[in-house]
Design a protein around this ligand. Structure first.
Ligand SMILES: Cc1ncc(COP(=O)(O)O)c(C=O)c1O
Length: 475
């Protein structure tokens, strides 16, 4: 493709294809239903020697790749948490690809750095985070949480572990609830702190961390000569979107001088709604906070908004400037590669800027409120059905439930029919849900957070669940 005119022609065709894809997205099976290895088997062992026509390459995209894609942008997608996109975000991603800028330092694309500063400030205002927090875009919440734990480790160890290794500061401890996301465990495991030093704190009936148990664990560790360095509070757990009591946890962290990181990966987007701001009580005492606009703020993956109170400690943890990266910029600028793990950085602020401007705060609020209202409707259908039960409070737009027909009461039997039900509905290709375990029970999770979802999609999905459930066990 060596002429710009051929590119123009192909690009126009591709935009048409994308528009048609979104118009007809419901005709695709939501969850890819192919056998492992079948795509690999269709790709030649060796790359082509001669150039290939774009029409041929694109034909193979449709034939080989598309059937192996799970359609996350389908309104039949209720699985995991969404990884949403939207048209303004898509347009910005096209531009960002076209610019191909690598935005590791201010001078490698000043506009990218300064737009990132500006949109992080917008997000801070939109979500009600404290003024003294500063933001940076990371790739994922997993990375943001790792950054938080590494910074907490360094701050507690007077920045000596980075130089001398973890052996210089033994006995570090990290705390989170038993419902916290696995990214916390992964971060502790790879940070040199060691997985056995992650203390999982028990939760109440609504799956929220119990602060008195946290304080007890910290006190016990101190008594045993251990060093509490970080607490991770969840604002919306993955299993059930439970919100840990931040205000009480924050007081404990302040008392024992422990870094407090808040993982709001999915549910943090709800903070753009004033009615959810009460979750932030205690945030002034937190040290860091993460939420993912790539989950529930209609911005293409990847875009994780990480905020810290003390950016100096973050930078001290990560900064490394070899000769070939030195610059002579007069005055202060941010080189965001010093705010995290990766050196090279994509221009991710552009899509957030497009999304926030194109929807406006009101447009974003309307979408979120609609998703939340739809979840409440689904919850009431489930609650009012004699053969189903809701298994966790519905805080946002995740509904956790199970099929519980009369007469089936043994736990293993209930787990089995619910797994059967999940496989049956997903097998239709018309919807996609996933599961978790709550209180040991196999639990169906249905998230009504996809960008283009409407009540009619959820009603259709609910009817399909009823139809398949009836085939498994008459009610
Ligand atoms: C509460 C929570 N934290 C962290 C993550 C990890 O997010 P990411 O994929 O951005 O690393 C998730 C993913 O769903 C999550 O639900």
């Amino acid at each position: 493709m060596d002429s710009v005119e051929i590119f123009r022609h192909e690009a126009h065709k591709m935009v048409d294809w994308i528009a048609d894809y979104y118009t007809g997205i419901e005709k695709y099976p939501v969850k890819a239903a192919i056998k492992p290895g079948s795509v690999y088997a269709m790709i030649p062992d060796s790359p082509p020697q001669e150039p290939e026509e774009m029409s041929r390459i694109f034909g193979d995209f449709e034939k080989i790749i598309l059937p192996g894609i799970t359609h996350w942008q389908s309104p039949g997608f209720f699985a995991y948490f969404p990884s949403n996109t939207s048209f303004p975000s898509l347009l910005a991603e096209i531009l960002s690809s076209a610019l191909g800028a690598q935005c590791m330092k201010w001078e490698t694309s000043p506009a990218a750095t300064e737009l990132e500063e500006a949109v992080m400030n917008w997000l801070k205002k939109m979500t009600g985070l404290p003024d003294n927090f500063e933001g940076v875009i990371q790739d994922t919440a997993s990375t943001s949480t790792l950054c938080a734990i590494l910074t907490a480790r360094e701050k507690a160890a007077a920045f000596r572990v980075n130089d001398k290794g973890a052996a210089i500061f033994p006995g570090m401890r990290v705390y989170c609830s038993s419902e916290a996301h696995s990214s916390v465990e992964k971060a502790v495991k790879i940070s040199g702190i060691g997985r056995e030093n992650l203390v999982k704190i028990g939760t109440d009936k609504a799956f929220r961390m119990v602060p008195s148990l946290l304080e007890e664990a910290i006190r016990m560790d101190l008594k045993n000569g251990l060093k509490p360095v970080c607490v991770v509070a969840a604002m919306g757990t993955t299993g059930s979107t439970a919100v840990d009591p931040l205000d009480k946890i924050a007081v404990i962290c302040e008392k024992y001088k422990v870094w407090l990181h808040v993982d709001a990966a999915f549910s943090g987007s709800a903070l753009i709604l004033p009615e959810y701001r009460k979750m932030l009580s205690g945030i002034d005492k937190a040290d860091s906070f993460v939420f993912n606009p790539h989950k529930w703020l209609f911005t293409n993956f990847d875009c994780s908004a990480y905020f810290v109170k003390d950016s100096e400690s973050l930078i001290n943890t990560f900064k490394l400037v070899p000769e070939y990266l030195k610059s002579q910029i007069p005055g202060h600028v941010n080189d965001f590669s010093n705010w995290g793990i990766q050196l090279g950085r994509r221009f991710r602020a552009l899509k957030l800027w497009f999304v926030i401007r194109s929807f406006g705060i009101q447009g974003l609020q309307e979408k979120l409120r609609n998703h939340i209202a739809i979840a409440q409707q689904l919850k009431s259908w489930i609650e009012n059905h004699k053969a189903f039960e809701v298994l966790a409070p519905v805080e946002f737009n995740l509904v956790c439930f199970r099929f519980h027909p009369e007469g089936v009461n043994d736990p293993a039997g209930l787990d089995r029919i619910n797994e059967q039900l999940l496989l049956a509905v997903n097998g239709t290709g018309r919807m996609y849900i996933t599961h978790t375990r709550l209180n040991g029970h196999y639990t169906l999770r249905m998230v009504t957070g996809q960008t283009n979802i409407g009540l009619a999609h959820v009603e259709k999905a609910w009817n399909l669940i009823l139809e398949k459930a009836f085939l498994i066990c008459k009610f």
